[in-house]
Design a protein around this ligand. Structure first.
Ligand code: NAP
Length: 503
């Protein structure tokens, strides 16, 4: 017999978003929750991405929780192991780990109208199935969690080692090997300089060049760390300074793309510094679209790595993969021992959407397939009562820290739960009209942005050409929009006496 465990809240994912939710719900007295995490440890993206060179391109003093500042960051941009250690420490000290279920994936979440609960089935890696009945579900499943393998003819028949950047196979030693990297995005530009140091030969397959600015890398001195430790206000001020300087860049993305000329000039300087006497390579790496249209990347080591004698940048496109190598569109076959696939993630069609079924029996994927991802304030969705999607549609950033967005959303969740308890709402769900007008507003606001006008194809855009990924404004306006729970924009149902007793 299957037993069903009743919980108030079920949180999907134990990355930054899921852990933040757990911690803040606990603080708000909403401690009856379970966190379902598919991986073996907490950390989300910072647990999964362990490729060589993995690091964050947002300064660590901002890319961290406002309620758990870390005076001990070693460098401006921290490497993955340090961020993972930070998440582990915050999780351990928060007291929520007792409610985190690891090694377990959400298989299905279906709204049950009679019970007014989400019936969530999970399955552990050992095959054990558990069912929960939860009043609310908060999904922190991550925007960049499901690797996207490219649909290249023959890819499954390659006999050497092949793996995605987010599933790095540390059992494979690439030292002295002939290696190909497919993709030149944020992950690849960190991987390639590391591989270039150890491999015999590296083929880098570029489809579109990126604008890559210099990385303002520096390590914090012991004195600076001591200051941050002893004078927390100094650290707060430093964090605010970083926040403000990144925020100052927003208008060049959202309103005045012509301002990106300054970035383009900076990148041309970065290219000239990294690649000497090779005009052909310079031409290959210089983008022909406006900077910012795709995510602006940061590296001091990418261009010099490409300029190395044993590295080839191949731009002719991939026709197929054979058992032993890669064939380009001109028919040239290049043998390799291993292929690293750095082709990104499912962003505009998140796989979690296929597993969440709403009030009328349709999944989120069914609904989003028709016209693209949409949610009220990027967080709640008509037809899906008591569901909160963190890092939902139009919440991602091209210029600042996602932790700021996550904390804004989690505050909104907490405010919503407080309102539900206070005012006796069993369910809350944004009205269709509220969601439609929010989406229309976002679309309108998106029109002048560099993401729509910059002349590139990017994963920010869905198959309808809409940018359903990014927030088209300053981050503080996002926070203002979510500062209070606006119940007047929601359809609500009252808690009946029977429900209150059975809770
Ligand atoms: P990505 O930015 O989506 O880049 C994927 C790369 O693969 C692009 O160069 C793309 O080319 C190429 N590609 C995709 N399909 C291909 C195919 N079939 N054939 C050839 N090339 C193909 O993915 P990512 O580099 O993993 O980064 C994803 C996001 O993760 C980043 O934008 C960022 O938000 C995040 N990230 C952050 C950091 C950090 O430091 N904070 C580090 C890594 C990743 P096109 O450009 O032509 O599509």
């Amino acid at each position: 017999m299957t037993t069903t465990t009743k919980v108030d809240h079920l949180i999907i994912g134990a990355g930054f978003a899921g852990l933040c939710t757990a911690i803040k719900l606990d603080e708000a007295g909403e401690g009856d929750f379970v966190v379902i995490e598919k991986d073996t440890e907490v950390g989300g993206t910072w647990h999964a991405n362990t490729y060589p060179g993995a690091a964050c391109d947002v300064p660590s003093h901002l890319y961290s929780f406002s309620f758990a500042l870390n005076p001990d960051w070693t460098s401006h941009y921290s490497p993955q192991p340090e961020i993972k250690a930070y998440v582990d420490k915050v999780a351990a000290e928060s007291g929520v780990l007792d409610r985190v279920v690891l090694d377990t994936a959400v298989q299905d979440a279906t709204w049950d109208e009679d019970q007014q609960r989400w019936i969530v089935t999970t399955v552990s890696t050992s095959g054990e199935t558990t069912t929960y009945a939860a009043r609310t579900v908060v999904s922190g499943s991550g925007g960049l969690s499901e690797p996207r393998m490219p649909d290249i003819d023959g890819i499954d028949g390659f006999r050497g080692e092949i793996f995605h950047s987010a599933r790095w196979n540390h059992d494979v030693d690439l030292t002295g090997k002939r290696v190909a990297v497919i993709g030149t995005g944020a992950s690849a530009i960190q991987i390639v300089p590391e591989l270039q140091k150890i491999v015999a030969h590296l083929d880098v397959y570029q489809r579109t060049p990126n604008w890559i600015i210099p990385r303002n890398e520096h390590r914090y001195t012991e004195g600076q760390k001591a200051l941050f430790r002893k004078v927390p206000l100094a650290q707060r001020a430093y964090r605010a300074f970083i926040y403000a300087s990144l925020e100052a860049r927003a208008p060049a993305f959202t309103r005045f793309p012509a301002l990106q000329v300054a970035t383009e000039r900076m990148v041309r300087g970065n290219i000239a510094k990294g690649i000497e006497d090779d005009p052909e390579l310079v031409a290959k790496v210089t983008p022909d679209y406006r900077a910012g249209c795709k995510r602006i990347l940061i590296s001091n080591r990418w261009y010099p790595a490409l300029a190395a004698d044993h590295v080839d940048l191949l731009t002719g496109g991939i026709a197929s993969i054979t058992e032993t190598g890669i064939v380009d569109k001109e028919g040239n076959h290049r043998e390799v021992d291993a292929i690293v696939v750095a082709t990104g993630f499912y962003v505009t069609e998140p796989p979690i959407a296929q597993h969440v079924t709403g009030r009328d029996g349709r999944t989120l994927a069914d609904i989003w397939d028709v016209a693209g991802m949409a949610a009220y304030k990027g967080t709640t969705i008509n037809g899906f009562p008591n569901l909160f999607q963190l890092v939902g549609p139009n919440t991602a950033l091209g210029h600042s820290s996602m932790i700021f967005i996550i904390e804004s959303q989690v505050r909104y969740v907490v405010e919503a739960l407080k309102a539900m308890r206070r005012d006796g709402h069993a369910t809350i769900e944004p009205s269709a009209q509220a969601q439609a007008s929010w989406t229309a507003r976002i679309r309108e606001r998106m029109k002048p942005t560099v993401w729509q006008t910059g002349g590139c194809a990017s994963w920010y855009l869905d198959r309808f050409g809409h940018n359903t990924t990014l927030w088209p404004g300053q981050t503080f306006t996002f926070r203002q929009h979510l500062a209070r729970f606006d119940v007047d924009r929601y359809d609500v149902t009252p808690t009946t006496e029977r429900e209150a007793v059975s809770a």
